[in-house]
Write a protein that binds this ligand. Structure first.
Ligand code: SAH
Length: 397
């Protein structure tokens, strides 16, 4: 026995999903947790007949334990270093490691990289650490140590941005702050040769929606000479790729003035003389009712409309409504890029909702591409919940 962690015992038969390496244990599956166990503590998991299952950490809430390993092994710097090294190797294998063209990628994607509850993004040497659980917050210092060791000179700065993603009940009273290197908020980064100004402190999420990189690149192929409308544009990612393709005009829409300012800034950085871009501070639901142009290409990339199961139905209605509106008003032969980043909406549910929107809009629709998250947002095959981003590219006849 290598570890002396407190033990949590599974109720009879509750080991089944764990034997298939699913990394979550729900609170209903375990006997009362020993008194000494605090939120974030490492725990050993065993079956009712005392068979070892794995080591994880405890969390108050419906997911009571997240498994870190199914082996009885020491949880030390070497353990975390191996995990992080594997994440680094994946990005290199997938040709996503920082290069001249692209120096932004996700370095750690939660369960997909064996770090359940942790997100780490890389912006040209500035690393944003974002813990969504107490267990992952607790490894911050260790993570920083191994990160410095593995990245060496490539690491310029680390910003801890966990204050708003940790469960508020944990009362950790943390503050977002730079924990290493340059205390620089704004980073000019590159994605497929386009430049984006990322503010890691004030930006949404960790600063940028890295997960849409390949889908933005695909939009470029459809945009030459076209009238393109990028709704829910945030920092203007899709707009920049459309402009790169020499679109006839590009309209960017977001309800947040901050997002629109960011988009305008990024357009100016890349195309200082662009006269074919215009941005609109507007609610997309209204904008789609009364569009200023008949567009050839529309992008719908809303925030997660359904953040948890209880609101799934409303969320699905939201997706149906915007897709129906966009389809109704689309030019014949136009192309719609439509997305959902709600983890609780499955690929099939999303497709069904878009199908229903097409039927309501009374348009003929062809599916051209089925899109998803890129390789730096890997999905652990035993944790299908990690498959959150789905998209369809549709031709509206
Ligand atoms: N497509 C973007 C990411 C979109 S994030 C990219 O590639 O970077 C979602 C954006 O939708 C946020 O900027 C948010 O301000 C905006 N938003 C949310 N609800 C909205 C609404 N009803 N109308 C317009 N914008 C909205």
């Amino acid at each position: 026995m290598q570890n002396e962690f407190p033990t949590i015992t599974l109720k009879k038969g509750k080991e089944k999903s764990l034997e298939r390496f699913h990394p979550w244990i729900f609170s209903g599956a375990i006997y009362p947790v020993p008194n000494e166990v605090e939120e974030g503590d490492l725990v050993k998991i065993q079956t009712k007949d005392k068979r070892f299952i794995g080591i994880g950490y405890y969390q108050v809430g419906s997911i009571a334990v997240r498994i870190l390993t199914f082996k009885d092994e020491p949880i030390n710097d070497n353990f975390w270093s191996k995990k992080l090294n594997s994440a680094i190797e994946l990005r290199k294998t997938a040709a996503l490691w920082a290069n001249e063209d692209t120096n932004v990628f996700r370095l750690v994607h939660g369960e997909g990289d064996g770090f359940p509850g942790l997100i780490v993004d890389y912006y040209d040497g500035c690393v944003v650490f974002q813990a969504h659980t107490v267990g992952m917050y607790r490894i911050k210092d260790t993570f920083l140590r191994v990160l410095k060791e593995l990245l060496g000179d490539q690491l310029k700065s680390v910003y801890d941005k966990s204050a708003h993603t940790l469960p508020f009940k944990a009362e950790l009273e943390t503050k977002d702050s730079f924990v290493y290197g340059e205390e620089k908020e704004e980073w000019l980064v590159k994605e497929y040769g386009n430049t984006f100004n990322i503010n890691v402190v004030t930006g949404q999420k960790t600063g940028f929606f890295i997960d849409q990189r390949e889908n933005r690149k695909l939009l470029e192929k459809y945009s030459a000479g076209k009238k393109v409308c990028n709704t829910f544009c945030y920092s203007g990612g899709f707009s920049i790729f459309a402009l790169q393709a020499n679109a006839e005009l590009v309209h960017s829409v977001d309800s947040s003035q901050g997002a629109i300012d960011l988009t305008d800034q990024n357009v100016t950085i890349n195309f200082p003389n662009a006269s074919n871009h215009q941005s609109f501070t507007a609610d997309v639901f209204n904008f789609l009712n009364d569009m200023p142009e008949e567009y050839d290409v529309i992008v719908l990339d809303p925030p997660a409309f359904a953040k948890h199961r209880k609101v799934l139905k409303n969320g699905l209605n939201g997706y149906r409504t915007i897709n129906e509106k966009a389809m109704k008003n689309m030019k014949s032969g136009g192309v719609l890029f439509t997305f959902s980043c709600s983890q609780v909406v499955s690929q099939e549910q999303f497709r069904t909702v878009v199908f229903s929107a097409a039927a309501r809009a009374g348009r003929e629709v062809q599916i051209l591409h089925q899109l998803h998250q890129p390789a730096d947002h890997p999905i652990n095959i035993f944790h299908p919940e990690g498959e959150y981003l789905k998209g369809l590219v549709l031709r509206i006849v």
